[in-house]
Design a protein around this ligand. Structure first.
Ligand SMILES: *Cc1c(COP(=O)(O)O)cnc(C)c1O
Length: 333
């Protein structure tokens, strides 16, 4: 697909409004507009959270959503931590399935998929509520057919290790919320310009955390190392999926603190690999770490075989080519 990821939308979306007491009946409406009061809470105080998940077309024509429950659980948590109205997860799940089913015919075959973007925003027109929650909100489900993220060639990424700045405020880390991405933009743009980095790996006080929109995994032989869950970073569904698959493959999974010093030491070893995990990019190899003006290749600096194997293992399940042992897929059509 020649267009940039996430820029083509299906013409309708499912939507519901919370009036302070009830959710309105779900409607399918045109997806190219949304009427909000300019004083809406979200536009001033960033009461917003979203999710990103995918539906896949299988050879039998079925369309299947991957790990929707896990994404919805996270969205409920994001809403709660932002003091947005409580989501009705049954309604939200129905809206996601309904929207994916509606556009089932337009879900691209693998390696393409339908990217699903549920969004929850505070709508109360109340600019005086800088320190109070929005009583009302809107939840909608946008969908976008996407192609192969790797169509441009699978290149190992360059990451700048950032020990001084942070991606977002530490208590906001596990919330998939708009403000966090705005907060990370300046350091990312600077890293792109100054050292031609693809992404910034945030390592506050030397603790290896994550990048602007993906989790970080280090693979050293049979061991896969990644930061243990805490509230400072986003608990990726792909991270959880890859760790589960790694265990299935007999790998040792270490969820623990990883310091920049240990990372640089281990990365230098031949055969070491690193990757970023996320719904959009699945598992993307990392080839180079940049730290204090020096460049450190990870292993041989190219694409590691374990990263490729784990990505293929995950894709095979998503694409219906391997058994879905963990019950991660849900058919919608
Ligand atoms: C969405 C996101 C991830 C990846 O989460 P997945 O559930 O795997 O898509 C990681 N970090 C951040 C900051 C994110 O926004």
């Amino acid at each position: 697909m020649a267009t940039a990821f996430g820029t083509v939308f299906m013409p309708e979306m499912a939507i519901t409004w919370f009036d302070g007491k009830n959710w309105s009946p779900v409607e399918m409406v045109p997806s190219d507009r949304l009427t909000l009061h300019p004083g809406a809470h979200v536009l001033h105080y960033s009461s917003t959270c979203f999710e990103g998940l995918k539906a896949f077309r299988h050879a039998d024509g079925s369309v299947n959503i991957f790990r929707m429950d896990k994404n919805l659980e996270r969205m409920a948590q994001s809403s709660r931590l932002l003091t947005l109205p409580e989501l009705d997860l049954k309604i939200a799940a129905d809206m996601i399935k309904q929207t994916a089913a509606r556009f089932a015919d337009e879900v691209p075959a693998p390696p393409g998929s339908l990217y699903i973007r549920p969004t929850h925003i505070g709508t109360e027109a109340a600019v005086g509520k800088a320190a109070a929650p929005s009583e009302t909100s809107c939840f909608y489900v946008l969908v976008s057919p996407v192609g192969d993220y790797f169509a441009g060639g699978d290149q190992a990424l360059r990451l700048l290790l950032e020990e001084n700045g942070m991606r977002c405020a530490p208590h906001m880390g596990m919330i998939k919320s708009g403000g966090n991405y705005a907060s990370a933009l300046q350091p990312i743009m600077k890293a792109k310009q100054e050292v031609q980095a693809d992404q910034v790996l945030f390592c506050p006080n030397g603790d290896v955390q994550e990048t602007g929109a993906a989790n970080f995994l280090l693979i050293d032989g049979n061991e896969i190392i990644t930061k243990a869950l805490d509230e400072s970073f986003l608990h990726g569904v792909t991270r959880d999926t890859i760790l589960t698959l790694a265990k299935d493959l007999g790998m040792q999974v270490s969820e623990r603190q990883l310091t920049v010093t240990e990372l640089l030491e281990r990365a230098a070893k031949p055969g070491c690999e690193a990757a970023l995990s996320g719904t959009a990019a699945v598992l993307t190899p990392v080839g180079t770490l940049i730290h204090n003006g020096k460049e450190y290749p990870v292993g041989n600096g190219g694409i590691g075989q374990t990263v490729v194997k784990l990505r293929q293992t995950l894709n095979a399940i998503q694409w219906g080519e391997a058994e879905d042992k963990h019950g991660w897929l849900e058919r919608v059509n």
